[in-house]
Every structure is written in C-alpha cells, then in structure tokens.
Design a binder for this molecule. Structure first.
Ligand code: E4P
Length: 219
C-alpha cells in the first residue's frame, strides 16, 4: 500500500518524508488556503517546493470546472515537475478532461468520489488515481469501507488499472481497513500516519528495557 500525505504543510511533508515511508502528497484548494498560499506564482512555487521534498507523486488540483479551463490549468501544472498528477473533480467536464489527459499520457487523480458509479466512470475515462472520500461519507452516516470494497470488486472484475486512493482518511483504523480490503493508496494527515506506530505495550516495554539497562549500568 502506498502512503500519501494529505496536506500542503511543508513541515508535515518533510516529517513524513524523514520517516522514510512517504510515497507521495495530495493537496486540494482548501489545504493550500490553510497554508495561506494564494496567487498563481505562489501556488506553483509551493508545488515545486513540495516536489523538492518528496520523491513520489504530487496531486495538484485544478480550479476550473469547464473542460477547456481544466485542460489549460492541467497542462500548466504538469510543467512544474514530472511528479505532478492533475487532480480533476468528478463532474461531466471532469470526465472529459480525464480522457483528454489519459490520451496524452498525463497522469490524473479524479477527486470527490462518493459512489461506485463515479468510481466506474473515473476508471472508464482512464484516471490514474481515483479518490473516494472516507471521512466525509462517515460524517453523513454512510459506510465508507463498503464503498472501498465495492470499488475493489468492480475494478478487479474488469482489470481496470485506475488506482484506488482512499482519501479523507481521519484515523489509523481507516488505513488498516483499507489495507485489508486492498486499496492501492491511502492519503491522510500526518496525525493518522503517526498514530499507526502507537501501542501502549510498546511504550511500557521500552520503558522497562531502558530502566533495566540503566539499573545495571549505573555505577
Ligand atoms: C483528497 O485528496 C482530499 O484532499 C482529502 O483527502 C479530503 O479530506 P478531508 O475530508 O479531511 O478534507
């Protein structure tokens, strides 16, 4: 399973990269706004800074909602680095843009996926990645993990190569359950990734090992 971090914070990206487990980064306009990044040049410079930290794919989202605008923006974004993956919303013109980019060999991430039907369309249009939003489905009392299972079944039935990028991950159990189902990638905040390493018995065990070592070595 690939691990992406879902943030525009350079500090968080650097921390995950330094752990040696990071495969890529996803961003969205809200995450960029949270870091106070505005204006075309600043946005592009920020994507470049992210690409300089991480070795893998970096999803950069278009703002346009019409086909021509998405193509124009996407073609500009991929000039920043060959790590850039153009993030396109699941709307009618977005599906058209996914097919356009796929035909040109430009990688895409279809975002805002909330149903199996949308996932099927993204795969048909040749998306590289497709992002179902777990946390936001759970927020409205809908079982997000059943959706991941359904998409896995559909993609395996037909051999679609579009990668399931489990997004809107909020906690470590989302990651573990998605790994059990066979999602290709997960993207979440640094807190969810770091939470994976926590276990009280690890802390107690380490404390005991260090105490025993200190007891016999302090002379
Ligand atoms: C996906 O690529 C999105 O950036 C993201 O996962 C949304 O997560 P949220 O629901 O926590 O905002």
């Amino acid at each position: 399973m690939k691990f992406f971090i879902d943030t525009a914070s350079l500090a968080d990206i650097q921390e995950a990269q330094d752990m040696g487990i990071l495969d890529g980064v996803t961003t969205n306009p809200s995450l960029m706004a949270k870091e106070g990044i505005s204006g075309d040049k600043a946005v592009k410079d920020h994507y470049k800074a992210i690409c300089d930290i991480v070795d893998g794919d970096v999803s950069a989202e278009v703002i346009s909602t019409d086909f021509e605008g998405m193509v124009r923006e996407g073609e500009e974004l991929v000039k920043i680095s060959d790590q850039i993956v153009v993030k396109i919303p699941m709307i009618k013109d977005g599906v058209k843009a996914l097919r356009y980019f796929s035909n040109k060999g430009i990688r895409t991430n279809c975002t805002l996926i909330f149903s199996a039907g949308q996932a099927l369309l993204a795969a048909k249009a040749g998306a590289t990645y497709m992002s179902p939003f777990l946390g936001r489905l759970d927020d409205i009392s809908t079982d997000s993990l059943t959706l991941i299972e359904d998409i896995r079944t559909i993609y395996d039935n037909y051999g679609y190569e579009t990668q399931i990028l489990a997004a809107s991950v909020r906690h470590p159990m989302h990651i573990i359950e998605c790994a059990k189902i066979g999602a290709d990638v997960m993207t979440g905040p640094l807190s969810a990734i770091v939470a994976l390493l926590k276990h009280p018995l690890t802390d107690i065990g380490l404390q005991q090992f260090l105490a025993d070592h200190a007891r016999v070595n302090q002379k």
